[in-house]
Design a protein around this ligand. Sequence first.
Ligand SMILES: C[S@@+](CC[C@H](N)C(=O)[O-])C[C@H]1O[C@@H](n2cnc3c(N)ncnc32)[C@H](O)[C@@H]1O
Length: 367
Amino acid sequence: MAVAIEDLEVVAGRDALGEKLFQAVLGTMDIYAVYLGDRLGLYAALAAIEPATPGELAGATGTAERYVREWLEQQTVSGILACDNPEAEAADRRFVFPAGHAEALTEVDSPGYVAPFARIAVGAVDPIRELVAAFRTGGGVPYEAYGADLREGQAGMNRNLFLRQLGTEYLPAIADLDARLRSGSPARVADIGCGVGWSSVGIAQAYPNVRVDGFDLDDASVAAAQGVIVEAGVGGRVEISLRDAADPALVGRYDLVTAFECVHDMSDPVGALRTMRRLAGDGGTVLVMDERVAERFNPAAGDIERLMYGFSVFHCLPVGLADTPSVGTGTVMRPATLRGYALEAGFRDVEILPLENVFFTFYRLHV
Ligand SMILES: C[S@@+](CC[C@H](N)C(=O)[O-])C[C@H]1O[C@@H](n2cnc3c(N)ncnc32)[C@H](O)[C@@H]1O
């Protein structure tokens, strides 16, 4: 009996999707397991004592040996850790990091540090039940509902960019701004939506003459930022305050006003950009760093946009919709969308700066 071409196509499509989702389930399990290793200090302890048996690692981390054994074996079959002696009795097997993996999972200052990826991925789905309800009602899920994992994962993802590249590569590439921030007369910077404060720290460390005021709407982020600036030794020149960026009462005069990866989260981005314009006056520089997405929707956009849509569905869009009214931007804020917001907020023009970054586009907003 002849089989219709359409039937073959249906079977092939069905099986290809099955395989794709099977691989995705494996990836999801890897992310959850990396989260456990990071959260419980298992990777940090293993890096210090490897090779280690399950009992030794459990002893070093205050965790239960039976769970740790299962996790170590899972990590090994997943290719994240390795086992020196797989033929030994379970309790006697010794586990180690393959070359490079300890750096990727434990060294916060390494450019290849990836553990925060797991933390933010878990944090982004923490309030999944609220999200299911929000899809039905059209309401949002507040930032606080995502908790410490999202907040710390977000901070960890951007920390190295802020501490290693912002003040040495990106801001110096804007010659007039760099000259102003380096000049003898003290400059002021307003860092809108500063989160836990690494961007404010990075700017203060790169430019010893500047004072930075960081503003954020989230209590827990502001509290964490107070600790971060003291620990980084810039507490005397950086101040963090709990403020809504769209608050018309937010005033001052600043040489640089920044918004790093936060405009797309805001329910009222035009109000926040209006504040930024006011704070910069006629002489200040306004800089927005936001997701590097294409000019328009493209089904074949690729992995970065796929990642951004993922964060949008689970986190940024519901967070943006938590207030009423809200424009509901989402993570995939296209350049034309930001341009529209900026013009509405009173800016004359938006320039995309020629700065290389896989994840972010840097916009300079001109008055
Ligand atoms: C994705 S996080 C980015 C944090 C930080 N800038 C970074 O790059 O890691 C977005 C931040 O924007 C803050 N935010 C959102 N709406 C805000 C508003 N209207 N005013 C001040 N901060 C706001 C959130 O509280 C959150 O800390």
